[in-house]
Every structure is written in structure tokens, then in C-alpha cells.
Design a binder for this molecule. Structure first.
Ligand code: NDP
Length: 478
């Protein structure tokens, strides 16, 4: 049987683009369909614009520090429209690069939505049917709104980069990566930020001490963090709400309508589980993401999906239909761009290079770009001590640059060490540039370095990271 293509990729995000390019480099005939913008979540409405906003949000504090270091500077107001214009120019540039990479690799691009007709055929939204020997689904995910009355009045991380103006106040709901990162970003940009997390501490799954320090740091910087708290209901404010005492003054957003007068009003009225009622200019939900598998015809052709809609795959990213593979967030394994890229590479090895390759999910370093930043690899103290006896090496201190500037921010460096093998089972860093640090220390940890290997490494002085190789005694054994 002959096919139009050797590979048809659905989705032009990090995983899909990488798989298409690398498969094409093997001589395969490849096409890719993307319904929105090339680059996917990471480039268009995720990691990249978020990180640029993290940078933007740090300047107010840097101005204060500069004054403490003797500079005669004052930080004026943040100009959101100016930043947003520059941001979107940069995203356009990056999207252009992604397109060029594909066309330079001889990958044919279809700017259309694709669904599955059978095991070897996709149907485009243009009506065209295309056949392929292999189909790769890399359609990613999208933010979901919780089942709360009035939730549709809120925004998600998709909307934040497109706002006409920054709100004066925002309620962010959730305690994961996205909620906690945006709480810091918007706070740094001068927005009055309240964050609700339904659990006992934000960043569930990360090391407890690290979570505690991040939460404390966020509060110190001004985020009004409420734990064990959620929204009961939200709605457009009534005229009475707007004149009520204790309410924050809302600004024009133009969307909600007063329930009592029917006139357009400003802000969103929120009732919380702790009994508080308040009006926020915006409410942002960062309450998790769902895989993009709807209306693709997956069930009709036998591609199995899980309870959350994620595509079920084996260790080689193969679905229950042998000619169809899936990688990245749509499979809900580890929702990180570099993981999707590695799944893409393993897929190409397996299918186009005759070298069946499983992706390695052990010891994945990652960073949460909260303020303060968190870098992590391996097991948390809590996970490790459930498995075997461990020693904990941990230090928390005021770094010299902060101490000089009179800031109270503290840094934390922590190693979780196996008492039996002496291997470093986990490393957790809360500090400026923790993401950069964990990338490097992650190599040693991934290689199986022992605590004594760390100790043998000469400190780089004066740095924050030198503490990782100078911690002499465990703070506790567990
Ligand atoms: P997460 O799953 O990390 O967090 C979702 C949060 O929302 C949790 O705190 C969860 O609480 C809470 N939540 C879920 N449902 C409700 C509800 N009905 N009401 C109130 N709260 C609710 O998702 P994110 O959207 O933050 O991020 C998605 C993924 O994207 C992450 O897992 C990560 O892999 C990736 N990402 C990575 C980044 C990075 O590498 N720096 C940055 C951004 C995203 P609970 O804990 O109780 O379940």
C-alpha cells in the first residue's frame, strides 16, 4: 500500500516539530498540521512568554537593590502595552523560526486542524484526506476551568499574555507551577495578587521544606496567599457589592454585568470558602490542564484514551492502533517541554531508525519560576525516607547580594543522601537562578554522584552554589 507521507504529525508544538524535523532528516516524507500557531504551548502561551514576564517582573526589585548599591535610580511605572507589543514581536519571530526549521527540513506544513479517519488517514479542516504510514499525535493540552459557579468569568494562562491592560487586582486559583509562577510575576509587575490554594501548602509533590520557603518568600514579596481556601461562587458584582465596605476598588474590564442593574460593571465578586467576599479585577484559574483529544475521532478508530482524556501509549509512545503514536502533554506523562522533545527523539529512533528506544523518565530536573525560584531533581526528603534510610544535608542563609541590599530573602540548598550507597538521591534549591543551578548539578546527580563526590569538588567562592559542596554534617537522619 502506498501512502501520501511516511509520517503525518498532528500538532506543531515542541514535540511535534522536533519529531517532524528529525524524521524528515532520515529521508522520510513528512507533513505536519497545526490549527493555531507554530510553536505550541511552550513558545506561544507558555514557557517562553512566561519567562519573559518573569524577567520583566524582576526589575522593580532590582531598582530597589540598585539604590542600595549606591545607584541613583528610580523605577517608573511598568508599561504593559509596551511590553506586550515587544513580547508578541518576539513570539512572532520565534514562530517564524519554527516554520523555517520545518520548511528547511522539507516538512510540508498544513495550517489546518486534523482529525483521524482511520489508522492511516487524517482529515483536515479544509476537507482534504491525507494518508500516512505513521501518524504522530502531539496536540498538547489546554487549561481547564474548575466546576465552580461563575468560573466562566475567569481567565487562564492562555489569556494573560493578551490582556489589553493589567488588572489592578487579581485572584489566582491553584497551587501548582502555573498559579505560583503567575502570582510572583503579576505581583512583581505591581498587581495586587491574592492566591487561593485548596491544599495545605502550594507546589504539591515538591520537597516540603522547599515549598515552605517558596511560599514564605512569595508572601514576603507581597502575594496574599491563602491556603486551604477555594472559591465557593463568583459572579458579576451587584451595585450593592460595589458600594459595600471592605471591597477593593475595581477597575474597568467591561465584561461582567451587574446582576441588579444589568449595566456593565467592573470586576468579579468572589465568595471564598473562608467566608471572605471580595471583588477582584480579574480571576485567573491555574487549576490544571487537559489533553487536547476531543473531536479527533480517536475512539472511533480504536485509539484508547484514559479517564482525563489522555492518549494511552506504551513505553515506545505507541497507541492501541499500531500505526499511531502520541507524545508530549497529550499523553499526560510528564508535562514538560524537554520531556516532549525527548519523547520525539525516542519515537524517531524507534520508528525511523530501527532502534527501539524507551524514553528515560528517571531523575528529570525541573525549575519552578516562582519568586523565589525553585530548582529540583530526584526524590524529595519525604519520598526518599519512605524508601530507605537517608541523611539530609540542608542549609538556609541570606545570600550576600540580598544581605547587602537589606533584603530578607533566604536561600535553601538541600541534598537527600542514601545512608547505604551515599548516592545523592535528590537535590532541592530555592534561590535566584535555581533553575540554572539545578541544570548543572543535575548532571552529577543523574550520573549517580555520591555525597563524597560532591565533597571532593572544590567550592567556587563566593557563590551561593558553593554550599552544595561544603555541607559537612547532616542536619538529620531519617
Ligand atoms: P498543576 O497540576 O501543577 O496544578 C494545578 C493546581 O490546581 C493544583 O494546585 C491543584 O490542587 C489545583 N486544582 C485542581 N483542580 C482544582 C479545583 N477544582 N479547585 C481548586 N484548585 C484546583 O497544573 P498547572 O496548570 O499549574 O500546570 C500544568 C503542568 O504544566 C505542570 O504539571 C507542569 O508539568 C507544567 N508546567 C511546567 C512549568 C515549568 O517547568 N516551570 C511551568 C508551567 C507549567 P491539588 O494540588 O490539590 O491537586
Amino acid at each position: 500500500m502506498t501512502f501520501d507521507y511516511d509520517l503525518f504529525v498532528i500538532g506543531g508544538g515542541s514535540g511535534g516539530v522536533r519529531a517532524a524535523r528529525v524524521a524528515a532528516a532520515t529521508g522520510a516524507k513528512v507533513a505536519l498540521a497545526e490549527e493555531f500557531r507554530m510553536g505550541g504551548t511552550c513558545v506561544i502561551r507558555g514557557c517562553v512568554p512566561k519567562k519573559l514576564m518573569v524577567f520583566a517582573s524582576g526589575y522593580a526589585e532590582m531598582c530597589d537593590d540598585a539604590q542600595a548599591y549606591g545607584w541613583d535610580v528610580t523605577c517608573g511605572a511598568f508599561d504593559w502595552p509596551k511590553f506586550r507589543t515587544q513580547l508578541h514581536k518576539e513570539l512572532d519571530r520565534l514562530e517564524g523560526i519554527y516554520r523555517k526549521l520545518l520548511s528547511n527540513s522539507d516538512v510540508e506544513i498544513f495550517d489546518a486542524r486534523a482529525s483521524l479517519k482511520d489508522a492511516h488517514t487524517v482529515t483536515l479542516s479544509t476537507g482534504q484526506d491525507i494518508t500516512a504510514k505513521h501518524i504522530l499525535i502531539a496536540t498538547g493540552g489546554r487549561p481547564v476551568l474548575p466546576d465552580i459557579p461563575g468560573a466562566e468569568l475567569g481567565i487562564t494562562s492562555n489569556d494573560i499574555f493578551l490582556l489589553d491592560e493589567l488588572p489592578k487586582s487579581i485572584l489566582i486559583v491553584g497551587g501548582g507551577y502555573i498559579a505560583s509562577e503567575f502570582a510572583g510575576i503579576l505581583n512583581g509587575l505591581g498587581v495586587k495578587v491574592t492566591q487561593f490554594y485548596r491544599g495545605a501548602q502550594i507546589l504539591r509533590g515538591f520537597d516540603d521544606e522547599a515549598r515552605g520557603l517558596v511560599a514564605e518568600g512569595m508572601r514576603d514579596k507581597g502575594v496574599n496567599l491563602h491556603l486551604g481556601t477555594n472559591i465557593v461562587e463568583m459572579r458579576a458584582p451587584t451595585d450593592q457589592d460595589l458600594t459595600g465596605e471592605g471591597m477593593s476598588a475595581p477597575i474597568e474590564q467591561g465584561k461582567p454585568t451587574s446582576v441588579s442593574s444589568g449595566k456593565p460593571v467592573k470586576g468579579i465578586w468572589v465568595k471564598a470558602t473562608n467566608g471572605n467576599e471580595a471583588i477582584y479585577d480579574q480571576v485567573m484559574f491555574a487549576t490544571g490542564r487537559a489533553p487536547n483529544t476531543e473531536d479527533m475521532g480517536l475512539g472511533d478508530i480504536g485509539v484508547e484514551t484514559g479517564r482525563r482524556g489522555q492518549i494511552i501509549v506504551d513505553d515506545y509512545s505507541q497507541t492501541t492502533v499500531p500505526s499511531i503514536y502520541a507524545i508530549g502533554d497529550v499523553t499526560d506523562r510528564v508535562q514538560l517541554t524537554p520531556v516532549a522533545i525527548r519523547e520525539a527523539m525516542a519515537f524517531v529512533q524507534t520508528v525511523f531508525k530501527g532502534n527501539p528506544t524507551k524514553n528515560d523518565y528517571e531523575m528529570i530536573p525541573s525549575a519552578v519560576f516562582t519568586q523565589p525560584e525553585l530548582g529540583t531533581i530526584g526524590m524529595t526528603e519525604e519520598e526518599a525516607r519512605d524508601i530507605e534510610p537517608v541523611e539530609i544535608y540542608c542549609t538556609s542563609f541570606k545570600p550576600m547580594n540580598h544581605a547587602f541590599a537589606g533584603r530578607s530573602d533566604r536561600v535553601m540548598m538541600k541534598l537527600v543522601v542514601s545512608r547505604e550507597t551515599r548516592k545523592v538521591m535528590g537535590c532541592h534549591i530555592v534561590a535566584d537562578h535555581a533553575g540554572e543551578m539545578i541544570q548543572l548539578v543535575g548532571i552529577a546527580v543523574k550520573m549517580g554522584a555520591s555525597k563524597e563526590d560532591f565533597d571532593r569538588t572544590v567550592a567556587v567562592h563566593p557563590t551561593m552554589a558553593e554550599e552544595l559542596v561544603t555541607m559537612k554534617d547532616p542536619v538529620r537522619s531519617a
